[in-house]
Design a binder for this molecule. Sequence first.
Ligand code: FMN
Length: 455
Amino acid sequence: MAKQLIVNLFEMATPGHITHGLWRQPDNQRERYADISYWTELAQVAEAAGFDAIFLADVVGAYDVYDDSFEPALERGLQIPNIDPLLLVAAMAAVTEHVGFGVTFSTTYEPPFAFARRMATLDHLTRGRVGWNIVTSYLPNAARNFGLDDQIPHDTRYEIAAEYIDVLYKLWEGSWDDDAVVADKEVGTYSRVGAVRAIDHVGTHFRVKGPHLSEPSRQRVPLLFQASASKAGIAFAAQHAEVLFTADRPPGALERNIAAIRDESVRRGRLPEDTRYVVMATVIVAPTEEEARAKYEGYRTFRDPEGAFIHMSVPFHPLQHPADITVREALEREGRQDVIDAGGLPLHLTVGQFAGAVDEAWDSRFLAVGSPEQVADTIERWLDVDGIDGINLRQYHSFDTARDFGELVVPELRRRGRMRVAYTPGETLRERIFGEGPRLPERHPAARYRGGANL
Ligand SMILES: Cc1cc2nc3c(=O)[nH]c(=O)nc-3n(C[C@H](O)[C@H](O)[C@H](O)COP(=O)(O)O)c2cc1C
C-alpha cells in the first residue's frame, strides 16, 4: 500500500510564529490568537479538513539576541505576545471529536510532577488525542525568567530531560495499575488499595515521591514528538520520541538524518517502524497553478526579512551592511569580536550569501506551490523519494492555509490513496499514527515501569 501522509497544522498561540510579517495581511486572523473562539474555530477547520493533529509550538522567553534586545521581536509580534498552549487544548477538544493535538512543553524549567498531572488531564479530556513535543528550550531569555543567570549548557539540558522523562514514565505507567479504579458505590471503594503506588524517585535533578495524582488515561503517555539536530538531542530522540521533526540541514542531509535517528533507535531496541519523520512544509494551492503563484506572491509582499534574523538569534544586522562584505567584516564593523571568537557563524560567507541562506531556510526544500494535482505530485515525491512520513503545515494565512489544504489538496491525496478517507471513530492519536494500540509498545523504555516494576 502507498505510504499515507501524516498532516499536522503548525500553530503557535502568538501573532507571528514562523511566517514573519504575514500577520499583517488585512484578513489574516492572527491577532485573534488570545480569543478562545480563534482556537475553537481553528480546531473545527482542521477537523473538517482531515488533519491528523494541530501542533502547537511554544517558547517561554523572548527573542533578545538580535539587536541585544527583545524590542525587535516585540514590535513585530514575533512569538511575543504569546499565551500558554496547554490551556487551549481543552477548549479545542470540546468542539471536536477526532483531530489530535501536539503541545510543546520544556523539560528545563518546571519540575515533572505537575506536568505529569497536566498532561494526564489533557489525555483524559481529549480521550487520548494529545501529544507532547519535548523541548529543552533554546532561548537565553527563558533561562533568566526561571531564576538562572544564563542557559544551562546544551548537553546538560538533555541529561535533565532524560531524568525528567523517566520520572514521567514512572508516574504515567508505573504508579497506577489498569484496574486500580473500581468506583464501587456499594462497597465505597473508589480506587483499590495496592493497585496504586508511590514511585519514590530520587535522582540527580528530581525527587518525586508519588503516587501520581491522575488515574490512567487512554494513552497514559502522550504521543511523543521531538525535533532534534544535535548528537545529544538525537540520542534522546532515538530512545524516546515517536514522531520526529527532521531538518534538511545541511541541505541534502535529510535522508542521512532520518537514517541516523532510525538506526540509533534500533540500536536501542526499538523497531524501524516505531519512529515517523515529519518536516515543516509550505503548501500554497489554488485551482490553477497561475492562481497559486499569484497567491504565493501576494503573501510574500508581506514578508518581513528581518524576522528571520531575529528568530534565528543572529547576533548582528545583515541588512545594514553591503551585501558583498564578509560576515567577519560585518561583525568587525559592529565591534562584535566576541561573536567572532565564539565561533558558530559562517564568517567566510558574504553578508548577501548569509542573508540569502537564512531567508531560504524558511521556505527551502519542502515548498509546493501549484494546482491540487501539482501539489499532490510534489507531496508524493516527498513521501516516496525524500522518505518523509508527514508534514507540519506552515500557515501563511489563518485560516485560508488550512481551508485550502482541506478543500483542494486532501481530496486529491485521498483519491491517490495518500490520506485516510475518514477518521476512525474513537481512536487515540497514537493509534492514528501507528495503528497498534493506544499505549506505547512493550519495547519502549516507558513500558519497563508497568505494574510497578523497576521503580
Ligand atoms: C519543526 C520544529 C519545531 C520546533 N518547535 C520548538 C518549540 O516550539 N519550542 C522550542 O523551544 N523549540 C522548538 N524547536 C527546537 C528543537 O526543540 C531543538 O532545540 C532544535 O531542533 C535543535 O536541536 P537540539 O536541541 O538537538 O540542538 C523546534 C524545532 C523544529 C525543527
